[in-house]
Structure formats: C-alpha cells, structure tokens
Design a protein around this ligand. Structure first.
Ligand code: DGL
Length: 269
C-alpha cells in the first residue's frame, strides 16, 4: 500500500463531512476520498439489509480506489455494517458511535439526551454500548431521541432557517425540559445543526465524537499503515450518488475547502 494512498471516508450523504473535517485537521497531509451516498440517503429509517448492501457497495468501490484506510463516518452504517466490512477487508476500518462516555464526564444533572437515527438507536450495537456504560454508571439516565427530519434538513443545506430551528426544537425541547444538560450527537449530520441545537438547549453541553474518531484514525494509520510523507496539504476527492454539482457546493460550504482541492469528481451509482 503506497504511503500517498488516500483514506476513504463515507456516509449516507454530506453528514460525514463533520468527521472528514476533524480528520483533515488531525492529518493535514493525507489525501481523502469522500463518498456521499446522497442518492440513497437517509439510511436511518431503512432496513439492516439496505444499510449493509450500501456499505458493502461503497466499501468495495473505495478498496478499488486503493485506499489505505476506511472511515465509516456514519453512526448508522457503523452500528449495522462495520462488522461485515471488517470481516471482508484487512485494512484499518474506523467507525463512529454515540459518545455516551464523554457525556457522562460532562453531565451534572445525570440526564443525557442521545440524539441519533431510529436505526442506530434500535441496533444491537447501541444496546450493547448502552449496557456497558450503564453497568459502570447506573445512576445516569440516558434519554434516546430521533432527530426527525434533521438528516433531510442537512442534505438540503439548510442549517439556520426558521424551519431548521423548528425541526430541531421538536426533538431537543422535550429533552431539555426533562432536565438533560448534555446532548450526544449520535448522527454525523447533526453537528451541522449545532447552532440551532444550542439555541434550543441553552447552556447544555453538546457531545460530538468526530475529533475522537480522527485521533483513532491517526493511531490506526500509525500502527497498521503508513503516513503520507508529504509536507503540503492533502486533497479531497468527492464521489457521490447524489446530484454531483449540488453535493459539491455543499462540500465547499460545509468543509470550507478551496474548490481547487476538490481535485476530481467521480459520480457513481
Ligand atoms: N449520518 C448518518 C449517521 O451518522 C446517517 C443518517 C441517515 O442517513 O439517516 O447516522
């Protein structure tokens, strides 16, 4: 595997850009391919079979591009499909899961809202994570909640309209009123709604695990692959099953990258 090989990052859509941003900050000299499966989003209300099939399709495509590692920048795909990907490929595969442990360190009220997709919250992987964490901290009350409509809101690139804030409030206000002082963002789309979330839950601590995923990616590359020795900034290539020009505009806006660094554009379906 060449040291300058890219790192593949994928999500059901543009949400995983919150993880890519953290990965770029952590590993500024690495090249990335970001796969936005926007033509098949959202994953969060689909069957396990659907999420596994999409993840395997994307995994195979990324491997065909000779990536040196894969980041599953989607809580739903991690919960449902990361095991299948790890069984198939030997390269480092880093997933993301709701940050229940950092939330325990942050809460004072002992009440934590966990915002994620229905598929993530219903998954066996999440049930096991919750059971492990609750065994250590039985006094903590985790309150799950689906961010209904949030993924679609982010896919539309609408983060701060009054409609966005109403959509956010519908899920956040009941958590805030129930005494949650900490909110876990268990879906990678949700950090793009952070401002509206914070406005609906003033003073609450918001937990996003993207920086932890980026550190884990760095650790895995250090031990199982090779860093790119370059000393000039890495590039981002974009692949999408969505409307390519629309997704490219969203990437430019959400990642704040210079369009020139979106080196090439590959649309696959
Ligand atoms: N961004 C994804 C996640 O972290 C998936 C959202 C969806 O497609 O429903 O769960």
């Amino acid at each position: 595997m060449s040291a300058s090989a890219p790192i593949g990052v994928f999500d059901s859509g543009v949400g995983g850009l919150s993880v890519l941003k953290a990965a770029q900050a952590q590993l500024p000299f690495e090249h990335f391919i970001y796969y936005a499966d926007s033509g098949f989003a959202p994953y969060g209300d689909k069957s396990d079979a659907y999420v596994i099939a999409r993840s395997e399709h994307i995994g195979a495509w990324l491997v065909s591009q000779e990536v040196k590692a894969i980041v599953v920048a989607c809580n739903t795909a991690t919960a449902i499909a990361v095991q299948a990907l790890r069984a198939r490929y030997r390269l480092p595969i880093v997933g993301i899961e709701p940050g229940l442990k950092p939330a325990i360190a942050a809460t004072r009220s002992g009440k934590i809202g966990v915002l994620a997709t229905a598929r993530t919250l219903a998954s066996e992987r999440y049930a096991k994570l919750l059971a492990r964490v609750q065994a250590q901290s039985p006094q903590i009350n985790f309150i799950p909640r689906v961010g209904e409509g949030w993924v679609e809101q982010v896919e539309r690139g609408d983060f701060d309209s009054s409609q966005a804030s109403q959509t956010v409030k519908r899920a956040v206000t009941p958590l805030f009123e129930a005494g949650c002082d900490t909110l876990v963002l268990g879906c990678t789309h949700y950090p793009f709604l952070s401002q509206a979330i914070q406005a609906a839950a003033l003073g609450a601590t918001i937990i996003d695990t993207a920086p932890a995923v980026a550190r884990e990616l760095e650790r895995r590359i250090a031990t199982e692959a090779v860093f790119n020795p370059a000393t000039i900034g890495g590039t981002v290539r974009l692949a999408t099953t969505g409307d390519a020009p629309v997704v490219a505009q969203l990437v430019i806006r959400m990642l704040g990258i210079n369009p020139q660094t979106a080196a090439s554009f590959v649309a696959t379906r």
